[in-house]
Design a protein around this ligand. Structure first.
Ligand SMILES: NC(=O)c1ccc[n+]([C@@H]2O[C@H](COP(=O)([O-])OP(=O)(O)OC[C@H]3O[C@@H](n4cnc5c(N)ncnc54)[C@H](O)[C@@H]3O)[C@@H](O)[C@H]2O)c1
Length: 437
């Protein structure tokens, strides 16, 4: 199948390379000339495990190319739109300007029978509006919405072998044709029994935000329990284990800590509440505002614990911040709790030295006022306190005995509850976790 992918960011670049890996002929298009130049040379513009390999092999096979010219989308049968939908400035709502612009510039290059497939996360109702625009433009192209559930860090695997496929399609023969085209594109996943949910536009749009709202709620639920545990003298990690043994609850996404971040969960729950309010049903998801607030309070809690560990004075103390990315195996610092903790501590006068295996460059671009060290040992040398905020394996595996020799004070705030507290205490450290005595 000949495919175009419009928007080559975290989602689109992986999607383009993965589709070529599956045997399709793919053109990736983006307005960012620098990104496209790098991608064309096989260099991913961000860190994603496995992406360099499939990018190079797909380019070498001749099945994958890149362009900044939308006209190069002409000739493809299926056009995936994967541009960003960030939070609007000064509002909770999603900013749809990139989606609107991408559709507008793609429209003149569409031919009868083409299928445009929305992958961006959009407020419910967007697909119906865009479908009406497409019809009005008269090319004879049709629209499907195919939300993406990939996890950064596992994006290649999640794209090639998704745990489910959701197609939002129009009713009748058009919808059947759209589903058939999507089944052909995802033939390998469909053949191995991946569940396919064929539905209408509105449901497909809601599935995506509902899934993220559920995950965010689960994280904030356990973080709310952590807040209670902190005042009651209980241990939220044991609580999570104990409730997680119940299959109806499950242990995943019950790790209390500094909370969620990234380019999706925070903005998606905010956009969902904004859209629900527009639809006159704000009260139905008003709890998501609380989910957001609980999440943001955890960042502050980590900052407070750190200042407490410094006897209430952060000024001129050396704070080693372990982690900047919003989660391990990613260099993404969009709405990252780790980076925000570092910035807040710097704001309190601390000398913050931050380290991360992949996210230093992205962090430095946003916050040049922080000091960065690529080597974790350099970051934590002579530190007055360590703050672990992204649970990279290299931080989880730090040896408390060995690094106890190079810090100034053996104090650690474990913002992810990912360390063996007993082992650190046995090595002479003052260990503080979240929601734990
Ligand atoms: N990153 C994820 O893990 C993930 C997962 C599921 C869904 N999503 C959704 O996918 C969408 C994209 O997210 P992302 O993380 O890849 O964002 P991103 O910012 O990394 O990438 C968006 C890309 O779109 C490009 N772009 C903007 N306007 C364009 C235009 N008119 N024509 C061509 N290209 C254009 C930008 O230059 C950028 O490279 C969002 O709606 C997001 O919510 C992301």
């Amino acid at each position: 199948m000949r495919i175009s992918v419009i928007g080559c960011g975290y989602l689109g670049a992986v999607h383009a390379a993965a589709m070529a890996e599956l045997g399709h002929e793919v053109i990736g298009i983006d307005i960012d000339a620098n990104k496209i130049a790098n991608l064309a040379e096989g260099k991913p513009p961000f860190f994603e495990p496995g992406l360099p390999e499939i990018l190079s092999s797909a380019i070498a096979s001749g099945r994958l190319s890149f362009s900044t010219d939308m006209a190069d989308a002409a000739g493809a049968t299926v056009h995936f739109v994967a541009v960003g939908t960030p939070q609007k400035r000064g509002s909770s709502a999603a900013d749809l300007r990139y989606v609107n612009a991408a559709f507008a510039s793609l429209a003149p290059h569409l031919a009868a029978g083409d299928l445009v497939v929305g992958k961006s996360t959009v407020p419910v109702g967007t697909a119906a509006r865009l479908a009406a625009d497409l019809t009005a433009a008269g090319s004879g192209a049709m629209l499907a919405w195919n939300p993406e559930f990939l996890r950064e860090g596992f994006a290649v695997k999640d794209t090639i072998s998704p745990d489910r496929l959701v197609y939002g399609v129009p009713s009748g023969a058009e919808g059947e044709r759209a589903s058939a085209l999507l089944n052909e594109i995802y033939a390998s996943a469909v053949a191995t029994g991946t569940p396919v949910v064929v539905t209408d536009y509105a449901t497909s749009e809601l599935v995506k935000v509902a899934a993220n709202a559920f995950l965010a709620t689960k994280i904030s639920f356990i973080n709310a329990m952590a807040e209670i545990a902190e005042v009651a003298g209980a241990d939220v990690t044991q609580l999570a284990d104990a409730i997680g043994y119940d299959n109806r609850i499950g242990r995943r996404f019950l790790n209390a800590g500094v909370g969620f971040g990234g380019g999706c969960l925070p903005k998606d729950i905010r956009a969902f509440t904004a859209r629900a309010e527009e639809l006159g049903r704000g009260e139905s998801v008003a709890f998501l505002k609380e989910v957001d607030q609980i999440n943001l309070r955890r960042r502050q809690r980590v900052v407070d614990l750190t200042v407490e560990a410094l006897d209430g004075r952060a000024n001129e103390k050396k704070v080693a911040v372990l982690g900047l990315a919003f989660k391990p195996y990613s260099d993404d610092v969009r709405d990252s709790p780790a980076l925000e903790v570092a910035v807040q501590l710097r704001g309190l006068g601390a000398r913050v030295v931050a380290t991360d295996p992949q996210a230093i460059e992205n962090s430095r671009r946003l916050h040049p006022q922080l000091e960065y060290e690529a080597d974790a040992l350099d970051a934590l040398r002579d530190a007055d306190v360590l703050v672990l905020v992204t649970e990279w394996p290299e931080f989880r595996e730090l040896d408390p005995v060995a690094i106890g020799e190079i810090v100034r004070t053996r104090t650690i705030v474990d913002g992810r509850n990912c360390l063996d507290a007993a082992a650190w205490r046995a090595a002479g450290w003052t260990y503080r976790g979240l929601g734990r005595p």
